[in-house]
Design a protein. Structure first.
Length: 610
């Protein structure tokens, strides 16, 4: 076998490099797409969990944001008074706050109010005014817990000024996170001075979530009250300023803002929702304290369906705006190991990747097959040129030498007849070579027309005997034809083409079995599976080697066991197989296990050619 030329090796190298680059690019794109798909899957899980938290907290916080400012004082002035007595004035009457007896969420520990003087008070603690209310008082244990908690807030926690700064920073964060510049945050006043308009990812993030919550909370806020100053001050628990008289003042409230309150007893676990109340240029804070441990457990139980290993982490950095935060509770962030390995279900993206890979492999495979065919054609052309020129050189050399000797008179008259016979034999040899090459070209180009005729198997075998017997005798072989009981059977085929196939097989057997002790070459007929007939040619030679069995039907191949004196370009078996295909048949080398000595080739053809 002739090795690949340098040019062919360069072609294969370039193709290999291009294939590696293309497959590498497709692999990188596949990994990047799957990574994005996984990240999107994790993002969907987080968004679902955030939605659960927002839906759980939104109604509660919205309800608290809608409370009138007066409900945060234990003794408030009634909003409506119906009496026929003209001497009864509303500001002279008081009633208990609904927060005193209302059933609240278990994780809401205490409602509170902080005055500009730094006084903490709660509408849920009894006062002298409560005897007007016909409601039962809470048990002493609950009252004791509330008083201790309020005292802890006032004594151990931050002062009014520090609380104001904390609320301002949280308000600025919420305004930025929810796509609202500072000046549009209702009731923020000086509290939102540190906010800056949102940009980039913050805007994109809040368009679907943050902005909607800000709008919802703004619609729930109580309308700005316009009360007499003494009424407003009494509702806020402050001593009246008599020098201001009965002038009406506006009372404006803001939305609820979650704030972490640092206390020595519970650092970073005192979560409060706080709003500001502005009246007569004075700023009060109202809100409720949350049992964070209880609320955290409740929220994690709610999101366990999406993120079973999630955790809620308090966030104290007011300048950051992380994506994994609820809108209602933006100072808490979700952390979960599932975000790094979120399960990605089968989607259209995966189908598209499969199609891309299939198309890429198909294109590379097609190009590879084309290159292989081109290289094979180039190799076959090289082998053809090598084989033909090698075989033509010997007879042409003989023809030229003998012709020159005859023309120069170097050959005696009595020896000239032998020289002329040699010249005729070499000319015949050249004719057979050229005919074989032309016939192979005709078969390859499908330029052979079939001539079908019907005859018996015995007549077909007799035709083969007449055509091959002389060839075998000239090679020192004896031809044995075995009809095998199929003589009367009819067959319709191209008899001349069948005879050419068998003749090539017989010639090949004669060449490769020279020197064998048994000179027989057997041609036998046998019934084959289906409506087919088999013709076998068997010799008693040394058989074929393993390498020969793999390449025996390839053109321009000569077996290793061919004698040095045998000639040919290696087209006999290649032509025989091509002819068998034209006959709708099959030519194969029979397994050596069936024929222990020599080689056996089997031609199977249909009894009725279509």
């Amino acid at each position: 076998m002739i090795s690949l030329s340098r040019g062919n090796r360069v072609v294969l190298l370039v193709y290999g490099l291009l294939a590696v680059l293309i497959l590498g690019g497709v692999s990188w794109g596949t990994l990047a797409t799957l990574r994005l798909e996984r990240d999107q899957g994790a993002r969907d899980l987080v968004d679902a969990a955030l939605g659960v938290i927002d839906r759980r907290l939104g109604p509660v916080v919205g309800n608290e944001a809608s409370r009138p400012y007066s409900e945060y004082n234990a003794c408030r002035v009634p909003e409506y008074v119906y009496s026929d007595d003209p001497d009864i004035r509303p500001e002279t009457l008081v009633q208990a706050s609904p927060l005193y007896f209302e059933t609240l969420q278990p994780w809401i520990r205490l409602h509170f109010q902080v005055s500009p003087e730094g006084i903490w008070q709660s509408p849920q603690l009894p006062d002298a005014c409560l005897w007007f209310a016909a409601f039962p008082e809470p048990d002493e244990r609950l009252l004791h817990e509330r008083r201790a908690l309020l005292a802890s807030l006032q004594e151990a926690c931050v002062s009014y000024d520090v609380l104001a700064d904390r609320v301002a920073a949280a308000r600025a964060r919420d305004c930025q996170y929810q796509c609202h510049p500072a000046e549009t945050c209702r009731g923020a006043g000086r509290l939102a001075a540190g906010a800056s308009p949102p940009t980039g990812q913050s805007v994109k993030e809040c368009l679907g979530r943050g902005g909607s919550w800000s709008q919802v909370q703004s619609t729930l806020l109580p309308d700005e009250s316009c009360d007499p100053l003494t009424v407003a001050q009494r509702n806020l628990g402050s001593p009246p300023l008599t020098d201001r008289g009965e002038a009406d003042v506006g009372v404006a409230t803001s939305g609820m803002t979650p704030v972490w309150i640092d206390c020595e007893e519970h650092p970073l676990h005192q979560l409060a929702f706080i709003r500001s109340v502005e009246v007569a240029q004075s700023l009060y804070f109202q809100g409720f304290l949350v049992d964070w441990d209880m609320l955290e457990k409740e929220l994690l139980a709610e999101v366990a369906l999406f993120l079973p290993d999630a955790d809620l982490v308090p966030v104290t950095d007011s300048t950051s705006a992380g994506r994994n935060r609820p809108v209602v509770l933006p100072n808490v962030e979700i952390e979960a190991d599932a975000l790094a390995a979120a399960a990605v279900p089968w989607s259209s993206t995966h189908l598209l990747l499969v199609m891309v890979w299939a198309g890429t492999l198909a294109v590379l495979g097609g190009i590879g097959v084309g290159i292989r065919g081109l290289l094979s054609l180039t190799e076959r052309r090289t082998q053809f040129a090598y084989a033909v020129t090698h075989e033509l050189r010997t007879p042409l050399t003989t023809l030229r030498l003998y012709t020159d000797m005859l023309a120069s008179g170097m050959v005696k008259k009595e020896d000239q007849a032998g020289y002329f016979q040699t010249l005729s034999a070499e000319a015949e040899r050249l004719t057979e070579m050229v005919s074989g090459v032309l016939e192979y070209a005709r078969v390859e180009n499908r330029a052979v027309a079939l001539h079908l005729e019907s005859l018996s198997v015995s007549d077909l075998m007799e035709s083969i005997r007449e055509h091959c017997d002389a060839r075998c005798r000239s090679a020192g072989k004896s031809l044995v034809v075995d009809v095998n009981g199929l003589g009367p059977a009819d067959v319709t085929t191209d008899v001349q083409l069948v005879r050419q196939v068998i003749t090539n097989l017989v010639d090949n057997a004669c060449k490769h079995s020279r020197g064998a002790e048994d000179p027989r070459i057997t041609v036998r007929a046998a019934a084959h599976q289906g409506d087919r007939i088999a013709l076998e040619v068997e010799d008693r030679g040394p058989g074929l080697s393993v390498s020969d069995r793999q390449t025996v039907f390839k053109p321009f191949r000569r077996g290793c066991n061919a004698s040095q004196s045998s000639s040919g370009v290696g087209l006999g078996l290649a032509l025989a197989r091509s002819w068998s295909h034209l006959l709708d048949g099959r030519l194969e080398l029979v397994n050596d296990a069936e024929h222990r000595a020599g080689a056996c080739f089997r031609l199977t053809i249909p009894r009725r050619h279509k």
